[in-house]
Write a protein that binds this ligand. Sequence first.
Ligand code: SAH
Ligand code: SF4
Ligand code: F3S
Length: 442
Amino acid sequence: MNKSYFIETFGCQMNVADSELVEGLLQKEGYKPADNINSADAIFVNTCAIREHAEEKVHSQLGRYNLIKKQKPDIIIGVLGCMAQNLKDSILESRPYVDIVLGPDSYRKLPEILNRKANNAKSIVDTKLSRYEVYDDLFPSRNEGINAWISIMRGCDKFCTFCIVPFTRGRERSRSIASIVAEAEQAVRDGFVEITMLGQNVNSYKHEQEGFPELLEAVASISGLKRIRYTSPHPQDINTELLEVMAAHDTICNYIHLPLQAGSNRILKRMNRTYTKEHFLGLADHIRDSLPNVGISTDIIVGFPGETNAEFEETLDVMEKIKFDSAFTFKYSSRPGTKAAGYSNHLSEEEKKERLQRVIELQKNHTLDRNLNTVGNVETVLIEKESKKSTQHWAGRTDSNKWVIFEKHNSKIKDFVPVLITAAKGVSLHGDLIYKEEAHVI
Ligand code: SAH
Ligand code: SF4
Ligand code: F3S
């Protein structure tokens, strides 16, 4: 009888894509997805180490798996991904019931390791990072039919002082344009209408002499592909050439994630972010000049070690000047092994909490302002899922990455439809489907 697996994924989209790779490998070995966690023969958890809280969530899941294993001693428990890489053997010391620990560059070994386990080998750890592994020839098993994640590069060489990623994912390496285009074409044949190209540093993509703008250009010419997104870029690697390619192709979404992290030059320097506040402000202007109506989101960290109140105010000042469409906001979380963990003057939890609250409040106003600007526009929306609000409504995104909720009428998931934006509430837009008698689907 076929064995079954259950996989849970934490962390960023890179992990979502990696889990799909792992599923592809497992299915090739004859494993089938289990209906639920309790009926699985193997449980995998793909983990994230970006903040302490991310690791805590995984620890609590591992406690749950232990209870399942007590009932079912033959079950295999595998810990994959960044936390596996970060903690290595110490996971096995504290969680002896874990059978397999695999870092992000070791997934290719999974079939062999499962065989070794079947022959009663003891727990197996493989966390060797590679300079070359890009899983070019493996095929992911994708679940939903709208957006296909495609990893185009792996690793990060930026070494921001707060960040664990260069340690968990290793050095930067990119796939060839030909293999990325082939994977995107296959995704189109499989019925996907959108692809999102992924990398921790997506726009420092470099394969032989070709960079990210060349790659985008090549992907944009794939016929049948309706939308192209990418994440996450680094501000340092956004250049005019990239903006020109984006402007030249309607299929490339009018949206850029531009992680600010902090607004003070001293803090940016201590973070090793390689840009100044002035450069960042100029870049935001350049983006908005090149791409009218572009959506810009950001990441902000409050309470980096040594951040004074005045320096924190500079973050608010940059936010005020740019008015991002949305923001992911975080309290600084010390990651053992990173440079910033060794810095002095760590802030108290209270101080970080208070700063986070202020950033969240400010961003709420900006998101609303930006969203209100779209009221009265007709936006093209890709219908992605049913709205949580009601079974009569769809939720879909504009190409500038704003969620829109509207009545279904006779439209269906995966349609691209024109929607008149009538209101902005909370973080979403509301609108009316513009119904065209003959073909309402554009
Ligand atoms: N490669 C991307 C982001 C990677 S992680 C980039 O450079 O933008 C996503 C976000 O998590 C980061 O942008 C940062 O805002 C946040 N982050 C990373 N390490 C963190 C830490 N130690 N504490 C709090 N937030 C962190
Ligand atoms: Fe981390 Fe900086 Fe690399 Fe982003 S660019 S993954 S924040 S080290
Ligand atoms: Fe987390 Fe690793 Fe992604 S640390 S954010 S899962 S690259």
